[in-house]
Design a protein around this ligand. Structure first.
Ligand SMILES: *Cc1c(COP(=O)(O)O)cnc(C)c1O
Length: 413
């Protein structure tokens, strides 16, 4: 289970197994290659770990969190798409979705936590716009795994857990006077010290393969890979993960050969990857994200505001788009809100993460423009939702702020 090697995509060589985040010789991502060419789903294992064959872990953690794929009759009818499937990662008990922190960042946090423990451990340092930090705070609360979470001050109230922490000192929350880019800079300075391990973002293979379980769950449930995959992206790591999972499914042989087209959406006015995709591999600061701070302050989905996404690097978003085909979408706050309402009306009033509403709006516009055919098989990745129900059903424990620092400070922890 989970037997694998790490391979450098640019150089092609295998790398020694450790909590390696990059190749010392080449730029670009490293990737897992699993011994199991065919996927055996293991429903006897908890939550996401049913896909352990293609996760870089040997053990598991007790959890119910996993993506769940279903057809919404109402939504299919409303959008005129009979072969639309939703893959939902969030809290929606009527649909057997029990991800307590409400977003697909928990798909990343679970295998990352196991893999780090299996590779020497350490204190994980996570920079987050909110959802990633909350997922790792939940790991710390449930399992006592130490983590330092660095977020912009404005995200502090999205940091909570559903578990009263057993070891309250396991989680330290540092808020930064600045935006997500400043939080990343502060986190980087902390990881320069021994004993602190950077979570790694897109470079973290456990993150990518954890997010890739969305594609696995869709293909296993539908019985084949979909023709189209829709997701809202900030870093685009989920898009890369979908591509990598699709290549594994293609090699498996039982789910079709053709990988799905990727339809990746960003939130106006901050749409750097959409701008770059129309023209080139390079992501250009001035051209693709003019007045980044101003644009970021206006989006409804702050988790989509990464200023340094893994777009150009070998194995990154550009390569994923070139391989799979598809398109990128710029979605307004108003269109996202309307799409979120349509979803909510179709599905028991469940509230979507604003990012998931952006993905739904992209799907609606792709149907309108004819980019997808109404008979095509489509997976809509609902990356987060059900927060209102979490508060009602489970109750939440806010994560206390350990300290607040300026963007150029090195926190003394
Ligand atoms: C992080 C996040 C995204 C974007 O994911 P990436 O693939 O890393 O760009 C989308 N939706 C939600 C709810 C998220 O938390």
């Amino acid at each position: 289970m989970g037997d694998y090697v790490l391979r450098c995509i640019a150089g092609g060589e295998t790398l020694p197994e450790q909590y390696t985040l990059s190749c010392s010789e080449h730029a670009g991502l490293i990737r897992t290659e699993y011994a199991a060419r065919q996927l055996t789903v293991r429903p006897e294992l908890p939550g996401i770990f049913r896909y352990s064959d293609w996760l870089p872990v040997h053990g598991t953690l007790p959890t119910r969190s996993r993506p769940v794929t279903f057809q919404s009759r109402e939504l299919c009818r409303e959008l005129g798409l009979p072969n639309l499937w939703v893959t939902f990662t969030g809290y929606y008990p009527e649909r057997e979705c029990f991800v307590p922190t409400g977003s697909f960042k928990e798909l990343e946090a679970l295998p990352t936590t196991v893999r780090l423990a299996e590779n020497g451990g350490g204190t994980l340092v996570v920079a987050s716009a909110g959802n990633t930090g909350r997922a790792f705070a939940q790991m710390a609360a449930e399992f006592g795994t130490p983590v330092i979470i660095v977020v912009p001050e404005s995200s502090a109230n999205s940091l909570w857990t559903v578990t009263d922490p057993k070891v309250p000192e396991a989680v330290k929350l540092i808020t930064v006077r600045g935006d997500y880019a400043d939080a990343i800079a502060v986190a980087n300075r902390i990881t320069e010290r021994p004993g602190y391990v950077p979570e790694g973002g897109a470079k973290n293979v456990a993150r990518r393969d954890g997010m890739g379980t969305v594609m696995l769950d869709a293909a296993v449930t539908i019985g084949r890979m979909p023709d189209h995959y829709f997701q809202a992206v900030g870093s685009g790591t989920g898009g890369i993960a979908a591509w990598e999972a699709a290549m594994r499914l293609s090699a498996d042989g039982r789910f079709g050969c053709d990988v799905p087209r990727l339809h990746l959406a960003q939130n106006l006015p901050f749409v750097p990857m959409v701008n770059a995709w129309k023209e080139r591999r390079a992501l250009l600061l001035e051209r693709d994200m003019p007045d980044a701070a101003g644009a970021i302050s206006q989006v409804s989905a702050p988790v989509l505001t990464n200023r340094a996404p893994p777009y150009s690097m070998p194995g990154g978003v550009f390569d994923a788009m070139m391989y799979c085909g598809g398109d990128m979408y710029a979605v307004s706050n108003a269109d996202a809100a309307e799409a979120g309402r349509i979803f909510s009306d179709a599905e028991n009033g469940i509230d979507l993460d604003p990012a998931a509403a952006v993905a739904t709006a992209a799907l609606i516009s792709a149907v309108a423009s004819g980019a997808v055919d109404s008979q095509d098989t489509i997976t809509l990745n609902i990356t987060g939702g059900g927060y209102a129900r979490v508060r009602e059903d489970l109750g939440i424990f806010p994560v206390p702020v350990t300290m607040t620092v300026d963007a150029d400070e090195v926190p003394e922890i």
